[in-house]
Design a protein around this ligand. Structure first.
Ligand SMILES: *Cc1c(COP(=O)(O)O)cnc(C)c1O
Ligand SMILES: [Zn+2]
Length: 422
């Protein structure tokens, strides 16, 4: 398999990656030029974007558009990125979750509600930065293996950008996620296998086909930088501060590691005081390889076969697993997991207390927060932020048989009184 998949003739324009200056290997530190590369030439480790930042001010950022492009100077995207058609994700609500905090016994809790993105999950952020890289690298097909939300985001962004999309999903995906992908009109391919099988197939195709940009495979270094915008927005919305504790759902682990990278960059740039923070990871017990490795004190993650209702987190062989362990241990956080029953209760708890209907991944995060408090692993007096990464309308089945009308009555006032509804 080749490590590069762009067309050989394309010239990368000046400033194509903003203040990004190179790619560096997260395993061995070897540096390479910016380009269509994703694995280290020395050790096959994953590559990430490195930068040389100029002075960046809060005022400069605050004057930017009300979407992730306000952080353009901190992303591997060109200064004119916002002028290309894209879904304009980001700038989602940071909700003061007082009711949920009281119920859980926390002093201060915020919910970063990323269900407010264009295709209702945090994936629109990473897809937007991957789309920019795909364009700048001259790649022609926008593709991904997906557990659902990424499929939505890739198909929508491709439709808007007017490029071809090919999305690969496990054939047993939730029906709403299939419909909400197919509606955008790209090519949707159901694969007879689980996500890890689909991911393997995508790597194979990426290695063989010129110009295919699998957002989370061969343009992953650019894709994952999009998650930093969650950290940037949280800090900006708190009045340019880093919260003390953050609880984040873990699938491949990209989001969690990049939220950490985002906070670190803000501190280094002097945009916030570089205060300490703890990063916590949330998994479903039916797919909890990272939580298991954390408990066992291992620094490698043993792959598992997923079996959970939290399908958007069901990655049995998470690419960023070891880096998630590293972030949690370095910051003093924990990776925990919760049962599917707890996930469902978590969904209902957030809905009942804050009026936010989250998907199963959000149920995992809420339930994990609850467990961390109950087991004394998180400080109830420290300011805490949790990520709601997706929308409950996409995973209705999780709660469908738990909720419904209290009673059915005839359309008469008498019946209303008789049913005791006054
Ligand atoms: C993809 C996804 C995540 C986590 O993704 P990572 O692969 O860990 O970056 C979390 N929540 C939802 C709803 C997702 O779709
Ligand atoms: Zn390396």
């Amino acid at each position: 398999m080749s490590l590069s998949t762009a067309s050989a003739t394309h010239t990368i324009r000046e400033g194509a990656f903003g203040n990004g200056t190179h790619l560096s290997c997260r395993a061995c530190g070897a540096k390479t030029e910016l380009g269509p590369f994703y694995a280290c030439m020395e050790c096959f480790g994953p590559l990430e974007v490195g930068y040389e930042f100029p002075t960046i001010t809060r005022e400069q950022i605050e004057a930017g558009p009300k979407n992730i492009w306000r952080y353009q100077p901190l992303l591997p995207v060109p200064t004119d990125v916002a002028s290309f058609p894209n879904t304009e994700p980001g700038y989602t609500r940071l909700i003061d979750a007082g009711n949920l905090a009281r119920e859980l016994g926390l002093r201060k809790l915020w919910v970063k509600d990323d269900s407010g993105n264009p295709t209702h999950s945090f994936k629109d952020r990473v897809v937007a930065s991957a789309l920019s890289a795909t364009r700048e690298l001259g790649m022609k097909v926008f593709a991904c293996p997906s557990t659902g939300n990424l499929a939505n985001a890739v198909a929508a962004a491709a439709a808007r950008a007017g490029i071809r999309s090919v999305v690969f999903i496990p054939k047993d995906l939730e029906r709403p996620k299939i419909i909400t992908t197919a509606v955008y009109g790209g090519t949707l391919v159901a694969v007879d296998g689980n996500y890890d099988d689909v991911n393997k197939l995508a790597s194979e195709i990426a290695g063989e086909e010129d110009g295919w940009a699998f957002v989370n495979v061969n343009v992953r270094p650019y894709y994952s930088e999009g998650s930093k915008t969650l950290a940037f927005e949280i800090a900006e919305q708190l009045g340019w501060r880093i919260p003390q504790q953050v609880v984040i759902p873990v699938a491949s682990g990209s989001q969690l590691t990049k939220i950490d990278k985002g906070f670190t960059e803000l501190g280094k740039l002097g945009l916030v005081d570089a205060t300490d923070y703890k990063i916590y990871g949330a998994q479903a017990t039916g797919c909890s390889p990272v939580a298991q490795a954390f408990r066992d004190g291992h620094d490698v993650v043993k792959p598992v076969k997923p079996d959970t209702i939290a399908k958007s987190l069901a990655i049995g062989n998470p690419a960023d697993g070891p880096y998630v362990l590293d972030v949690a241990r370095r910051t003093g956080g924990v990776i925990e997991d919760v049962s599917d029953e707890e996930v469902i209760e978590g969904i209902q708890l957030l809905a009942r207390t804050e009026g936010i209907f989250t998907e199963t991944a959000g149920g995992v995060t809420i339930a994990t927060l609850k467990k961390l408090i109950a087991t004394g692993q998180i400080d109830p007096d420290a300011e805490t932020v949790i990520i709601n990464s997706g929308d409950g309308l996409k995973t209705l089945d999780a709660v469908a048989d738990r909720v419904g009308p209290k009673v059915t009555i005839p359309a008469s006032y008498d019946a209303f009184v008789k049913a005791g509804l006054q």
